[in-house]
Design a protein around this ligand. Structure first.
Ligand SMILES: [Zn+2]
Length: 90
């Protein structure tokens, strides 16, 4: 996942802050189509999307917003069929 900001908790763990987006390591944009580098987003390849949800996540202390498009794209429930973005491969 990726976020607009980052902070380090007292244990030195780099955690997401601000608005969070779903991002898969190896891709250059978020699930909702924001280019990571252009938008200056912080990447958190070590944090699961589920852990960055303010309601349930353990690494979401400073998360203030969840991108609703990414939330919809990842699915709210595990048994929901995940929506897949159709991207042409380079
Ligand atoms: Zn997003």
């Amino acid at each position: 996942m990726a976020a607009t900001d980052s902070w380090r908790d007292p244990d030195g763990f780099r955690a997401p802050a601000g608005e969070v987006h779903a991002w898969t390591p190896g891709t250059n944009q978020t699930l909702c189509g924001i280019p990571i580098k252009k938008a200056g987003l912080h990447r958190f390849s070590h944090v699961e999307w589920a852990d960055a949800q303010p309601a349930t996540g353990r690494d979401a202390d400073r998360v203030t917003r969840v991108c609703h498009r990414c939330a919809a794209a990842t699915g709210r429930r595990r048994d929901d069929k995940p929506w897949r973005r159709v991207d042409p491969r380079p």
